[in-house]
Ligand binder design. Structure first.
Ligand code: MN
Length: 332
């Protein structure tokens, strides 16, 4: 068994869901793990005769849409919640589903996630902070319980795991990750097909935006922190969408000698910060929390209502302090 500690509770949840209508909710600006998990859980519930639909505030990014296939999928603005119970996937906090869905569903029946900051806010909680992805938790639970994983489900779970591990590069990539992916391939997941959809359909506007982002990179604090920024006008002038900047922060983090990579961008009248480290030791979830955000130890983020230059100044100061503290706390 992959998750023996969750087994009883998962069985109880499935029993409780019989005869119910289930909305499987994901977080704002859904990523591969969120979408993959929603697709997979919705399909598996349907296979058990449980009425289920995936619901999001935001649209799925262009490169993710094919993975949804024929899964029931709705935008929150078109959804009427009456008679539904909810399961949140990949949401560290119930507010991650967005205000509209949070108001529709003040109670969360189940919470399936892998964020270390998740406070177990639902009636049933399946939170595994040691796993690489929510999709890994779901894949394990499905195999543990002999639930049917059809090719679309397998592909969706593979998308979730491969994107949240940075294509199997992050320290969260364990033997269990490969074992589960191997089983997903046996159920019809295609790594080559996923890679083609995700990485070989790049719009030119994205490369133009990347050129600007790379031009903005600055190294500070003994070249241990690298920060890059994009303003709303960078998106407008290149014709790129915000989803095209997904993953740019890795260019900052991936530099030799850099411990913390930072990407700060103007987004929907706010300023969005993304923080990445090469190991869990830097506890970026704590740094993000100082700015009202959260996330994982090696990957965290936040939103702020201040101008971009102010956020950058405050953040660099806090990041330096944070690094000093982490250096002084061996093994923290
Ligand atoms: Mn995730």
């Amino acid at each position: 068994m992959y998750f023996p500690g969750q087994s009883e509770s998962f069985k109880q949840l499935l029993a409780e869901l019989r005869g119910q209508r289930v909305a499987v909710l994901g977080h704002l600006r859904p990523d591969g793990d969120c979408i993959g998990s929603q697709v997979a859980l919705t399909r598996v519930l349907l296979s058990q005769g449980i009425e289920a639909v995936a619901v999001n505030r935001d649209e799925a990014p262009r490169v993710m849409q094919s993975f949804i296939a024929d899964t029931p999928w709705m935008r929150a603005k078109d959804f009427s919640p009456q008679g539904h119970v909810t399961i949140n996937v990949d949401c560290a906090d119930p507010i991650r589903v967005g205000m509209l869905l949070e108001e529709m569903f003040p109670q969360t029946l189940a919470n399936i996630d892998h964020h270390v900051s998740n406070p177990n806010y639902a009636q049933y909680n399946f939170v595994e902070p040691q796993t690489a992805a929510t999709a890994e938790v779901l894949a394990g639970l499905f195999f543990d319980h002999g639930l049917p994983v059809d090719p679309v489900t397998a592909q969706a779970l593979y998308v979730g795991i491969s994107t949240d591990t940075g294509q199997f590069r992050f320290p969260t990539t364990t033997g269990q990750v490969f074992e589960l992916c191997s089983r997903l391939c046996a159920c019809g997941a295609s790594p080559g097909g996923v890679a083609r959809e995700l990485f070989e359909r790049e719009p030119l506007a994205k490369l133009k935006l990347l050129r600007r982002f790379l031009g903005s990179l600055r190294l500070v604090y003994g070249e241990r922190i690298c920060i890059g920024t994009l303003r709303e006008k960078d998106f407008e002038e290149t014709g790129a969408a915000h989803e095209d900047a997904e993953g740019f922060v890795d260019y900052a983090r991936d530099l030799e000698g850099v411990d913390i990579g930072i990407f700060v961008q103007e987004f929907e009248n706010q300023v969005k910060g993304s923080l990445r480290a090469k190991t869990r030791a830097y506890r970026l979830d704590r740094l993000a929390r100082q700015f009202g955000g959260g996330g994982h130890a090696p990957a965290a983020g936040f939103n702020q209502h201040r101008p971009l230059h102010e956020v950058c100044a405050l953040l660099l100061k806090a990041a330096e302090e944070h690094l000093k503290k982490m250096d002084a706390e061996p093994g923290a």
